[in-house]
Design a protein around this ligand. Structure first.
Ligand SMILES: Cc1cc2nc3c(=O)[nH]c(=O)nc-3n(C[C@H](O)[C@H](O)[C@H](O)COP(=O)(O)O)c2cc1C
Length: 210
């Protein structure tokens, strides 16, 4: 599929064929492709919980407006956004710094500058910590959906859920914000896909305040 076709054919599908599984190899390819998403300082503050077990999917569904696609899809993902994914001591921050030393030649002397830059950009308030985690994780989530479509899979992103309920039901630590759930599978061919939804035009999107 060419890129435009992938973009136009990706839809939030409501009905999944629960008899058609998503092989681990496809899921891995989808996630590894989405991992190419850009992020501030390449910090990649995203992680994903993969739910296949019917009991777990139903547990999630109960916290998510009882949306049936959660249990009908063979796989449902909980996208996690780490609000502390910029902090010194976080294992991925430390890994990132080691990688930057190798590839960009950044020196240990620059470490204090790096930590201060991250703190001032991402760490000065709860709103900023959440914004950091979510903006980066949503680039990742978008690529997950496009990568899935490219592999012949369908998806449905959802934010209709009780974040505290999901956190409690799955013992998710407080440092993670949960921007999205995502059902992954194959559209049920006995159902009709709703017509494409409207989108803002170029003129509606481009704006100036001068
Ligand atoms: C952040 C986000 C949250 C969403 N939450 C839900 C949801 O909880 N339930 C649902 O049925 N659809 C949800 N959707 C799907 C949207 O309604 C859908 O993407 C939009 O209507 C455009 O349709 P399309 O994706 O098929 O082009 C969500 C989409 C996004 C991006």
């Amino acid at each position: 599929m060419d890129f435009k076709q992938i973009v136009y054919e990706r839809r939030a599908v409501n009905f999944f064929d629960s008899t058609k599984d998503v092989p681990d190899s496809l899921l891995r390819e989808m996630i590894e492709t989405a991992a190419r998403a850009p992020s501030g300082f390449n910090l990649q503050p995203w992680q994903v919980m993969v739910l296949r077990d019917p009991e777990k999917k139903m547990r999630l569904q109960k916290q998510a407006w009882n949306q049936p696609k959660i249990s009908e899809a063979p796989v449902t993902l909980i996208i996690l956004a780490d609000t502390e994914g910029w902090m010194p001591g976080n294992p991925f921050v430390e890994k990132n710094f080691l990688e930057m030393k190798k590839s960009d030649g950044i020196t240990d002397e620059r470490r204090a500058w790096f930590d201060n830059a991250c703190r001032s950009l991402y760490g000065t308030s709860e709103a900023r910590r959440v914004a950091f985690a979510c903006k980066n994780s949503c680039f990742f989530a978008m690529l997950l959906m496009l990568a899935a479509k490219n592999l012949g899979l369908d998806t449905h992103p959802m934010d209709g859920f009780d974040i505290d309920g999901v956190r409690k039901a799955f013992h998710i630590p407080e440092n993670y914000w949960i921007p999205l759930l995502m059902a992954v599978g194959y559209f049920r061919t006995d159902k009709t896909l709703s017509p494409p939804k409207w989108r803002k035009t170029y003129e509606e999107i481009v704006i100036s305040f001068e």
